[in-house]
Design a protein around this ligand. Sequence first.
Ligand code: SAM
Length: 329
Amino acid sequence: MSVPCVAVDRERGEAVRTRLADAGVLDGDHEIDVVDDTIYLPVTEPSAVPAAFRDRVVERDPDERDRPRTPAEILGDEPSLERLGELVIIDEDDEDRAREIADAVMASDVPCETVINRASPIEGELRVRRWEVLAGDGTETVHREYGHEFLLDVAEVYFSPRLATERRRIVETVEPGETVIDMFAGVGPYAIPMAARGADVVACDLNERAIEYLRENAERNGVADRITAIAGDVRAVADEYADTADRLVMNLPHSADEFLDTAVRLAGEECLVHYYDIQHEDDPFGPGIEAIREAAGEAYDVDVETEHVVRSYAPHEYNVRLDVRLTRR
Ligand code: SAM
């Protein structure tokens, strides 16, 4: 079938393609052809081609494209998307725009089964968000991170793929034979790779569904024999596991300070504590250090080994991590 195309020198191809896309005249249903030094950019309507290129319109017979390639090509602008396994996550208040993005994602080549929009902030003790399913169905997916697989349902458990690098940093410091207690373990993104490095891990979470997923994920990743998964309040296991931990992971940034007494109870002779916090930029580490010193009291020496900003959390607020070594006096 004959299609109008703008013929330009290959060198100028990308610049002209952008101009045609900006003018909304690029034809996404046909392939761009290159012959020798000339590139042929299919257009939908010759009269809508910017005047500078109108005398370059020729008729050709390019192949049809199966599907438009990216959501941006379909929408004409770049939507903000996040991938989690086969889920595509958007954060859009405008309902019409949200549906437009979801339709574009489903029509594109993005491998995706479901598009979901954030419907609430992260809420409550279990730190779970509500979601609106815009296309497809189901909010369960398999996320892959540094060679491990995590099955999870974003509507039932906390999970953030954005923290993958942060988790990696910590996991890489774990030695075989350590006893780790992950006090707020979720579906296991710390516990499972730590167990894979040879640690014996006690993983606790208040959210029963998170612990069900963690058990399943431990099986999937071949580390079930190194993980003890416990559903319930971590304060309730303090007696059973008292004085045992070589390492504690405390990833409950809004209220970890409320669990420092439990942490000190769980700590062994020497224990490295990864303490996550959210604080004002003026003093992002001070309150955490003070709270840890207070909880350690006379029982432990407290050495702050790392003060690390994980990410910006809100205007003037940081999500931070302290690595603190407790050594029994
Ligand atoms: N570490 C996991 C991760 O990185 O994905 C989950 C972190 S999420 C911010 C905090 C977790 O703490 C949630 O899964 C929540 O259910 C759990 N939690 C909250 N209060 C708890 C408690 N008292 N005892 C044990 N877990 C708790």
